[in-house]
Design a protein around this ligand. Structure first.
Ligand SMILES: [Cu+2]
Length: 264
């Protein structure tokens, strides 16, 4: 048995060593995104809490499996060991994981609820999914645009009302912990409060067609002053656009030969 142990240790230890060295050097530990909102902070904590609960089961199951393979396998000239029924053990391996699932589910459901129910909001933005871009409407300021970042002030509660004009899309930005589906003919809701100024990336998370993979999301979190300036600029741009389209419409409405007729 001692020799067996040495053999396994000789195989496993270098493997564990190189894997963890690679993980540390490649920055793999930061793959969970740095949370920049209370919800994504909770998502991160809930993730590690769940990991702490499930990892012992993984090590136990795999450990037992490896132990059984080594210890009870059919050796040359002998038969493999056989085991049948062990009531206390069966009760234990049903009851303990069930308890673990309940302990995982309670905070997870609480978190889902917190994600869906916005507190009193400072800003409401309507998110409209299109094949294959995003449109944003700030109804309070009467502005709307597409294919440009969504801009919000830092430390403000932003409520998102989402819908789609064609198929189901999903608005997903990991850093702020928001992932919500936008459906045609329906309005869904989510919210976030970004606590750090910055530029955050996201991606449509619902396979929606040919260019789904190119349906990026850009979020700019700016200071309140920068946001106010941005709003003023957008309102001005929108007014110019409206004037241009009104002029264009009236030009279209006017018959091409109206001046000649008037001359007669
Ligand atoms: Cu998509």
């Amino acid at each position: 048995m001692k020799q067996h142990c040495k053999k396994w240790a000789a195989i496993l230890l270098p493997l564990i060593g190189t894997t963890s060295a690679f993980a540390a050097s490649s920055g793999m530990t930061t793959w969970l995104f740095d949370p920049v909102s209370p919800i994504s902070e909770q998502v991160k904590n809930d993730f590690w809490y769940t990991m702490a609960l499930i990892m012992p089961f993984m090590f136990l199951a795999h450990g037992l499996l490896i132990y059984a393979i080594v210890k009870f396998r059919a050796k040359p000239g002998g038969k493999a060991a056989k085991f049948h029924e062990n009531l206390p053990l069966e009760i234990a391996w049903t009851a303990i994981p069930t308890l673990a699932i309940i302990l995982i589910a309670i905070p997870a459901y609480r978190l889902l609820k917190a994600m869906e129910v916005p507190p009193k909001s400072d800003l409401v933005v309507e998110v409209v999914g299109h094949q294959f871009f995003w449109e944003y409407k700030y109804l309070k300021y009467n502005i709307g645009y597409s294919e440009a970042p969504i801009v919000v002030p830092v430390n403000s509660v932003v409520t998102l009302n989402g819908t789609s004009v064609d198929v189901i899309h999903s608005w997903f930005i990991p850093a702020i912990g928001v992932k919500f589906d936008v459906n045609p003919g329906k309005m869904t809701h989510s919210w976030f409060k970004a606590t750090k100024v910055g530029h955050y990336k996201g991606q449509c998370a619902e396979l929606c067609g040919k260019l789904h993979a190119a349906m990026y999301i850009d979020l700019k979190v700016v200071t309140q002053d920068e946001f106010d300036l941005w709003i003023q600029q957008k309102v001005r741009e929108q007014r110019i656009d409206e004037t241009v389209s009104v002029v264009a419409d009236s030009a279209k409405a006017m018959p091409a030969d109206s001046t000649t007729k008037q001359g007669k």
